[in-house]
Design a protein around this ligand. Sequence first.
Ligand SMILES: [Zn+2]
Length: 239
Amino acid sequence: MTLTDPDYCIATPPRRPFKARGSFVTRCETCRLPVLNCLCPYQVKGQSEARFWLLTHSLEHNKPTNTGRLIGDILDTTEVFTWYRTAPDTVLLERLADPSFAPFVIFPDDQPDYAERVVGIEVVSDVKQEGRIPVFIILDGTWRQARRIFRKSPYLARLPVLPLRTDRHTRYHLRKAASAAHLCTAEVAAELLRQSGDVEAADLLDDYFEVFNDSYAESRRHRKLERPTAAMRRLLERQ
Ligand SMILES: [Zn+2]
C-alpha cells in the first residue's frame, strides 16, 4: 500500500503546472518520507546506556513530521506508548513497576507544585552506578498535549522530573516553533544522550535528525537532495 498525505498537498501546492491540484505525494512505506528523499539508506543503529520511552499523544502518532519515531530508528531499545487519558498502557505500567529501570519524566520545572520531584542530569550517572537502566520518558506531542499528559497521568506523578537544560536552538524547520528554544522530540533526545554520557548515540541521532530535516524540507519544494550532505556522508560511512 502506498501511503499518501492529502493534507500535505493542500498545505504546499505543487509549483509545477502539470501537477494538478489534488495530486498526492508517494511516501516510502518504511520511513514515511516522500520517496524522492527516502531516509532509509541513512538509518544506522546505535547503542546507548540510557533508554527512551515515548508517551505519544494519539493525535501525534501518524504525523509524518513527528520526529519522535527517529529515536527508535537509531536505538532499538526505544519503546513507544500511545497516550489515552482514560486507559494507561499496561506494558508501560509493567515497565514502571520493574526495579531494573530508573525512569525520569522529561519536563520543564516551571511550576512550583512538583518542585520536590525535580532532579538534575547528574542523577543519571548515580542510577547507572546502582546498576539500574536510566530511562527518559518523553511526552511526545504539541506543548499543550505534553502538558496534558503530564497532568492527567497518575502513574507519572511519583516519578522524578528531569528538565532539559540547554542553550541549544532548534534546527527543526518543518513546523513553526513558538521559540528557537523549543526543541523537537529528536533534538531533546539527542541532547539528553549527550548530557548523560552517550555521546556516540547522540551524534548519530543528531545526524539522522539533520538528514530527516533536510530531506523533508527539500521534498516540500519537490526537489531531491542531489549531493549527500555532511551528515549523510557520516551516516553512510557507518553502514
Ligand atoms: Zn524510506
